[in-house]
Design a protein. Structure first.
Length: 579
């Protein structure tokens, strides 16, 4: 993910990056280089851990050796305590990248003599800095250093002297301090002489623990002024600058499958937009988790890295239950494509859940994420707080180009209806699964409430969950309205039976028509034969009559010729000379 650009103009003050995730963003680059920074807060808020991580990150990531001076905690104890964060202080000391020192201040000596002089500390600290060429220094905690002083004038003078000495050494320093009742520190003076003041807070609301960080002041630089949640885990401190997220993420026109073909058809046959957010809401038992698991399974089959955040069931339960619909999620876990992260909503506050999700996503860089269900988060926050958290989470996921599916439990209560409506306005696509009760049985109906930027079906489909997986069928419109389940099958069977009967009757009529056609054709053939016989007889008569006429004509001709020849023979022959 690219670094988020500050909305305010960049400072010209030279800064030292802390290496702590998120802290450099809210300070717009890190702590003031060569100047002291005061980190204050109550016990258990994480001052020492933030300071030691500042030293370790500087030595390992920025090649800046550091000195850590503790006035309360001994070095062996500190080494053991931070080992849980993956910091090997012993190794770093051997490599001369850091130097640890414990300074014990005898309060009784100060009380007896009434004198206080930091010259000895300066000599000791200066030697430690010069021995490794340190660029970073931590003094933990300042109360132990000045615990024997009651004279405010001397205290202020010594504080200024200490801070000035650190500036002259050119080191970037962190000085930790305990929070006072009405001031940021017990003495209330350190905050005024420090160039940068960072306040840590550890609060418990509704039995939920949350740590927050705020930059109180920063001389010479703009900075984030809000409170930001931060998390301490096995990877160190992580700060999520939730208010710095902007609507600047790139979008994609590529499509990804919903997980089953019939649902893809409701989105134009191609599924969701890649990098979009999808909400699947419905009452208990309607198959929201099955839709989410099916979506994850399809992504894993495409070879994508996926994370399933579960707030209701354990990974083992989800994997076992999905086998009943033909999904084997365990194979994706085994090949490293699928990571489950399951926790109760009450484990953290809303902001801490946000930081936890943020850290896990940054480490594993998934392409697809499922959060199941988001409505359980209402137990640790109000509806408006859940919407605020979801807004920041959706912005983060969009900036990362991650396709995310969220499930939400709907109940017939005002608060949950409000939750659906509030969250649904943030997502790109909204699928609703509803109960459809009829004829003494409960079936499921699925429809697409909205899908930004694409054509989608406006039809209600019956949602089927079987051992072979998920499918959608068209709801059946019968004489009495929409029919589902066994009523639909009975109506379909009745209509199929009627169709068979109609087909049989039609076939019978066709055969009757064929028989009549054959009889008529036989009669026509008989009449045609009879007609041909009569025609032949008539033709015979006509031929005989014509023949008779021809014979008679010829006979007359012959008779006429014969008679003409006889007359010529009977005429007397006239002879010459005789009378």
């Amino acid at each position: 993910m690219a670094k988020i650009k500050p909305s305010l103009p960049a400072s010209t003050l030279r800064k030292t990056p802390t290496g702590i995730q998120g802290l450099d963003e809210i300070t717009l680059g890190g702590l003031p280089a060569g100047r002291p920074t005061l980190v204050c807060g109550s016990a258990g808020c994480g001052k020492t851990l933030l300071s030691i991580e500042f030293i370790v990150r500087g030595a390992t990531e920025y090649n800046e050796p550091g000195v850590f001076v503790a006035f309360e905690e001994k070095m062996d104890e500190l080494t053991v305590n931070v080992a849980s964060l993956g910091f090997d202080l012993i190794k770093l000391q051997e490599e001369k990248k850091i130097r640890l020192d414990h300074v014990h201040i005898e309060r009784s000596e100060i009380e007896e003599t009434g004198e206080y002089d930091l010259e000895g500390l300066f000599i000791r600290l200066g030697h430690a800095i010069d021995s490794i060429g340190a660029k970073r220094v931590v003094l933990d905690t300042i109360e132990s250093l000045f615990s024997g002083l009651s004279n405010e004038a001397i205290l202020r003078a010594e504080l200024r002297r200490l801070f000035q000495w650190l500036k002259e050494k050119g080191v970037t320093a962190i000085i930790t301090g305990e929070r006072g009742e009405k001031t940021l520190t017990r003495q209330g003076l350190e905050e005024y002489v420090s160039d940068c003041v960072i306040l840590l807070d550890h609060r418990v609301i509704h039995q939920i623990s949350t740590r927050r960080i705020r930059v109180v002041k920063y001389r010479g630089s703009v900075h984030g002024t809000n409170e930001y949640p931060f998390l301490i885990d096995e990877h160190g401190i992580s700060v999520l600058p939730v208010t710095s997220l902007k609507l600047q993420g790139e979008v994609s026109s590529d499509r990804v499958s919903t997980g089953f073909h019939s649902l893809d058809q409701m989105f134009g046959g191609k599924g969701f937009f890649k990098g979009s957010s999808i909400l699947v809401s419905g009452t208990a038992g309607t198959g929201k988790t099955s839709i989410g698991a099916n979506f994850i399974n399809a992504a894993c089959l495409r070879g994508e890295q996926c994370i399933y955040f579960a707030f209701e069931e354990s990974p083992g339960q989800i994997i076992r239950n999905m086998r009943s619909i033909g999904l084997d999620l365990q194979q994706h876990v085994d090949n490293g494509l699928l990571l489950f992260h399951a926790s109760r909503p009450t484990l953290y506050g809303l902001e801490m859940h946000l930081v936890s999700i943020y850290n896990i996503i940054k480490r594993h860089k998934p392409a697809t994420v499922v959060v199941d269900p988001i409505t359980n988060l209402i137990s640790v926050g109000s509806v408006s707080e859940v919407k605020s958290m979801m807004t920041r989470l959706l912005d983060f996921l969009q900036n990362e180009g991650i396709t995310a599916m969220f499930t939400a439990l709907s109940r017939i209560t005002k608060i949950n209806e409000e939750t659906d409506e509030e969250v649904s306005s943030l997502v790109d696509a909204w699928i609703t699964v509803r109960d459809m009760e009829n004829n003494g049985e409960r079936n499921r109906g699925l429809y697409v409430m909205k899908s930004r930027g694409m054509r989608h079906s406006n039809q209600v489909r019956e949602f089927m969950i079987t051992g072979d997986g998920l499918s959608l069928v068209d709801v059946y419109i019968g004489p009495e309205g929409v029919l589902t389940g066994s009523a639909r099958e009975a109506q379909q069977l009745e209509e199929q039976t009627g169709q068979v009967l109609r087909t049989h009757a039609s076939n019978r009529k066709d055969r009757e028509i064929d028989r009549k056609r054959m009889v008529l054709e036989a009669k026509i053939a008989s009449l045609r034969s009879e007609f041909e016989s009569v025609e032949e007889e008539l033709n015979k008569v006509y031929i005989e009559d014509d023949l008779k006429k021809e014979i008679m004509r010829k006979t007359r001709s012959d008779m006429a010729r014969i008679r003409g020849g006889a007359n010529r023979q009977g005429d007397p022959v006239k002879r010459k000379g005789k009378k």
